[in-house]
Each structure stands twice: as structure tokens, then as C-alpha cells.
Ligand binder design. Structure first.
Ligand code: NAD
Ligand code: UGA
Length: 455
């Protein structure tokens, strides 16, 4: 099918590349000229495992193109994905201005041929109907060349909500191995086209486990699809805050939260996923989506007590490593703290709302010197949003002269560092494992004083 994806960030680019890989002809549109230039030259502007290889292969096969020209993208696509960012406003509300600009732009380029406009961005409940109105506004202002009436334009497209559930760091894998596909809308024609688009994924043709039954497709109304996205993220964030609260109790009563998580996770009603205690959740979505849902609820007169607790447990958790450092080192002024990891999770270059940023700010405030090593950030020279931290080029340079190390991100590489040598290079061999990622006995036998979270 002919597809246009507008916005080539973590979601849009992965979606465009994967749809091209399964055989569709995709044009990706972005208004960032630098990004488009980079992608045209075969390079990915983001780090996501497996993405670069697929992108280059589909580009060479002619099924994947990049442009800044929205008109060309709209003319090409029978299915148009809106995949631009919806960052939080200072109030916590979702900033939908980029979605609005794209919807208006699409409207101004509609030519009367039937199209499905897909909200892939995470958008407030009610946005499906709102996008329809904005597209019509755009059409009214755009004076279509072939003089189609607004009634004809209105009949020529439908809006579908198709929320995205991929995780950064495993986005390509998640796209080919989805747990479910959610389609919200009231047009049978649009839903049928979306099902046709996703047929190879529904039939698991590109999945790791191809013998499993087809991927469940939930067809529902627009508002429910939009709500499913927020509810899923809010639930996952709450699950992590729950296990973090349990970890804090474990710390006080002498239990081990990793054992407790195993024990409760064996109950199939609970499941063992997303029960890894640590120094809190971050990233570009959980924080903003939980806030946005709270905001939406408040707008409709409902106070979200559970979600507020989810957020406040997380805020406290993100400073837990500093509390542990205070306990062990007493004064932090003039001490040197080394952070292992900066990104909000492994296998990504994304620093948006990363727990490391809060730690750096608080440690700086207390007068500590902060150094960091991150497998991606250290090697790419990407420093966006990073102040008050010296980025080292390898783990041993990081350890050199430190009074403590804090493992912030559970990068696989950190399992195999030469901890014995690192301990010897430090002023004081203290390691706070903020992700309960390392084996405490191995680290202790390397010469460290080890502290986990709730263990
Ligand atoms: P992003 O910030 O990485 O990318 C957004 C892209 O849109 C950028 O490349 C930007 O240049 C482009 N853009 C902005 N305005 C544009 C315009 N008018 N025309 C063309 N391009 C434009 O965002 P993201 O992380 O990919 O998230 C996109 C949406 O998907 C958000 O609503 C987010 O909540 C949702 N989501 C994200 C993830 C994730 O893992 N990042 C997962 C699920 C859902
Ligand atoms: C999350 C969801 O998992 C995706 O389904 C969703 O599509 C996406 O948000 C989104 O809407 O953007 P992502 O933020 O990429 O994906 O990464 P996660 O693996 O969910 O991790 C989020 C944060 O939670 C990270 O900081 C991670 O370290 C933390 N986490 C995760 C824990 O502290 N414990 C866990 O058990 C799992």
C-alpha cells in the first residue's frame, strides 16, 4: 500500500521503516531539513537497534523515501500517519500544536482521493474528532486546485486512532512482535484498510515466534483507543512505582525486592514484567502521559488519586541514590560521583526526562562533582540537555578518583566491566546499583561496598 508517515522521530521513523520492510511503499516527511538530509544519505538520526540496516535496505529497494515536502507525501499516501511529538506543556497538558500543524497541512493538500488519516501520536481523548475538524479547516484554507467542494473533501477521508506501544531500545522488535494492534474509528472502510496494511504483522510473518496465533486486533471507537494508550502507560508506570514502594519497605525490614518480585511475578494475574525496582521511571512518555491523563481527568472534574501517588513515589525514588550517597559519604560537597549510564534506559540515545538528569542537578546543588560514562552518549558526542557533568570516554576514566559510582542505566555492557580495576582507581570504592542490575557478591569480591535498591 502507499503510506506517508509524518514525523520521523522514534515512532515515525520506526513505523515508516518497518512498513517499508513488510512491502509497503513509504514516504517519510519531516520538517527538520537536517534530519531529512541525514536520512536521505542513509543515516538514522536516532539510535535504535536494527533500524539502520532495515532503513538502508528499503531505501535501496526504492520502497522508502524521505522528504520535507508534505504535499508530495499527502499526494502519495492512501494512509497518512501523524507521528509528531506531543510534549508536555508546563501545566502538564499535552502540547498538540505539532499535530494541529500537520493536520492543517494535510487538509490543505487533500485532492479528493480517499485517504485514512491515522493518529499515531499519543493524543488527548477527543483528538480523533478534533483532527477531522482541523483537516477540514486546512482544506477550506487550502483552496484545492481541482475545486472539490468541502462536502466532497469531508467524504474523502476518515480519521483512525492507532496508538503505538513500542518501547525505545526494542522498537523494531516490538513493531514486528506486537502484543496487540488497536484501531479506533467508525469508518469500516478505514478500519479495513488499516487491517490490510498490518496483515503481515497480524499474521506474524516477521515475528520471532511465527507459529503463535494471529496478533489480536482490537477494533473500537476513537475515544476508547485514545484512552487505551494513556491507560496502558499509566498502568505500567504505576506497576513500577508499586514495586519501588515495596523495595523501600524491603530496605527497612531486611527483605530482598528481587526475590519478592520473583515471588509475586509467578502469579499469572500479576506477571513478572515491569517489576524491576530501581531509581524510578523516566523517558519521553511515562512522565508526560501520566501527567496528561491526570490533566484530562481534572478537566472533567475527576481527581486522580492513584496517578498522583504513582508520580510522587517516582519523584522520591529518583532521588533515592542521593539519599544513599548521603548515608554512606555524609557530606557530598567536593566529593566526586561517577554515573554509569545517562540515557533513561539501555539501547537508546534518548535523554528525555532521564533519571540521570535529576541526579546530576541534585548532586550539583549539594556541591558534588559529577562525571558520567554512557556507551552511547560518550561515543556520539551528543550532549543535548547535559550540564553540570563531565562525560568520560570509558568506565575506567570514570572510576578514577571517584568517591562513589551510581549505576543509573542497566546497559548490558555494565555487566562485564573490570570492576576490580575500577575499585582500585577510586578514592572510595562505593557502588550504588540503581537498577539492581549487578550481582552483589561479584561486585563485593571486586573490592566494592555494594548497595542495591531494596535488596
Ligand atoms: P520525536 O520528538 O522523537 O519525533 C517527532 C518528529 O516530528 C521530529 O522528527 C520532528 O522534527 C517532527 N515534526 C514536528 N513537527 C512536524 C511537522 N509539522 N511536520 C513534519 N514533521 C514534524 O517524537 P517520538 O518520540 O517519536 O513521539 C511521537 C509521538 O509518539 C508522541 O506523541 C509520543 O507520545 C508517541 N509515542 C512515543 C513512543 C516512544 O517510544 N518515543 C512510543 C509510543 C508513542
Ligand atoms: C514505554 C512503554 O513501555 C511503551 O509500551 C510505550 O509505547 C512507550 O512508553 C511510550 O508511550 O513512549 P519506553 O518509555 O520506551 O516505553 O521504555 P520502558 O521500557 O517502558 O521504560 C520506561 C522507564 O521505566 C525506564 O526509565 C525504565 O528504566 C523504567 N523501568 C521499566 C523500571 O524502572 N522498571 C521496570 O521494571 C521497567
Amino acid at each position: 500500500m502507499r503510506v506517508c508517515v509524518i514525523g520521523t522521530g522514534y515512532v515515525g521513523l520506526v513505523t515508516g521503516v518497518c512498513l517499508a520492510h513488510i512491502g509497503h511503499h513509504v514516504i517519510c516527511v519531516d520538517n527538520n531539513e537536517e534530519k531529512v538530509k541525514l536520512m536521505k544519505s542513509g543515516q538514522t538520526p536516532i539510535f535504535e537497534p536494527g533500524l539502520s540496516e532495515l532503513m538502508q535496505a528499503s531505501s535501496q529497494d526504492g520502497r522508502l523515501e524521505f522528504t520535507t515536502d508534505l504535499a508530495a507525501g499527502v499526494a502519495h499516501g492512501e494512509i497518512l500517519f501523524i507521528a509528531v511529538g506531543t510534549p508536555p506543556l508546563p501545566t502538564g497538558e499535552s502540547d498538540t500544536r505539532y499535530v494541529e500543524a500537520v493536520a492543517r497541512g494535510i487538509g490543505s493538500h487533500l485532492d479528493g482521493g480517499y485517504k485514512v488519516i491515522v493518529n499515531k501520536s499519543t493524543v488527548p481523548i477527543g483528538s480523533g474528532d478534533w483532527v477531522k475538524v482541523i483537516v477540514m479547516d486546512g482544506a477550506a484554507g487550502g483552496a484545492p486546485e481541482d475545486n472539490k467542494s468541502l462536502e466532497e473533501i469531508s467524504a474523502s477521508f476518515d480519521v483512525v486512532s492507532n496508538p503505538e506501544f513500542l518501547r525505545e531500545g526494542s522498537a523494531v522488535y516490538d513493531t514486528f512482535n506486537p502484543d496487540r494492534i488497536v484501531l479506533g474509528g467508525n469508518s469500516p472502510q478505514a478500519i479495513e484498510m488499516m487491517q490490510e496494511l498490518y496483515t503481515p504483522l497480524i499474521e506474524r510473518k516477521y515475528a520471532e515466534e511465527q507459529s503463535l496465533p494471529p496478533v489480536p486486533v482490537l477494533v473500537t471507537d476513537l475515544s476508547s483507543a485514545e484512552m487505551i494508550k494513556y491507560a496502558a502507560n499509566a498502568f505500567l508506570a504505576t506497576k513500577i512505582s508499586f514495586i519501588n514502594e515495596v523495595a523501600n519497605i524491603c530496605d527497612r525490614v531486611g527483605a530482598d525486592v528481587t526475590e519478592v518480585a520473583k515471588g509475586i511475578g509467578l502469579d499469572s494475574r500479576i506477571s513478572n514484567k515491569f517489576l524491576q525496582a530501581g531509581i524510578g521511571w523516566g523517558g519521553s512518555c511515562f512522565p508526560k502521559d501520566v501527567l496528561a491523563l491526570t490533566h484530562i481527568a481534572n478537566d472533567y472534574g475527576y481527581e486522580t488519586q492513584l496517578l498522583q501517588a504513582t508520580v510522587s513515589v517516582n519523584q522520591r525514588q529518583r532521588l533515592l541514590a542521593v539519599e544513599k550517597l548521603k548515608q554512606e559519604l555524609k557530606m557530598l560537597k567536593a566529593k566526586t560521583v561517577g554515573l554509569l549510564g545517562l540515557t533513561f534506559k539501555p539501547d537508546t540515545d534518548d535523554l528525555r526526562d532521564a533519571p540521570a538528569l535529576i541526579l546530576i542537578e541534585e548532586l550539583n546543588r549539594l556541591g558534588a562533582k559529577v562525571k558520567a560514562y554512557d556507551p552511547i552518549i560518550s561515543s556520539t558526542g551528543m550532549r543535548h540537555g547535559l550540564t553540570g557533568v563531565i562525560v568520560e570516554t570509558d568506565p575506567e576514566r570514570l572510576a578514577d578518583g571517584c568517591d562513589a559510582l551510581v549505576l543509573v542505566t542497566d546497559w548490558q555492557q555494565f555487566a562485564k566491566l573490570d570492576y576490580e580495576r575500577m575499585a582500585k582507581l577510586m578514592n572510595n570504592p562505593l557502588l550504588i546499583d540503581g537498577r539492581n542490575f549487578l550481582d552483589p557478591e561479584t561486585i563485593k569480591s571486586a573490592g566494592f561496598h555494594y548497595e542495591g535498591i531494596g535488596r
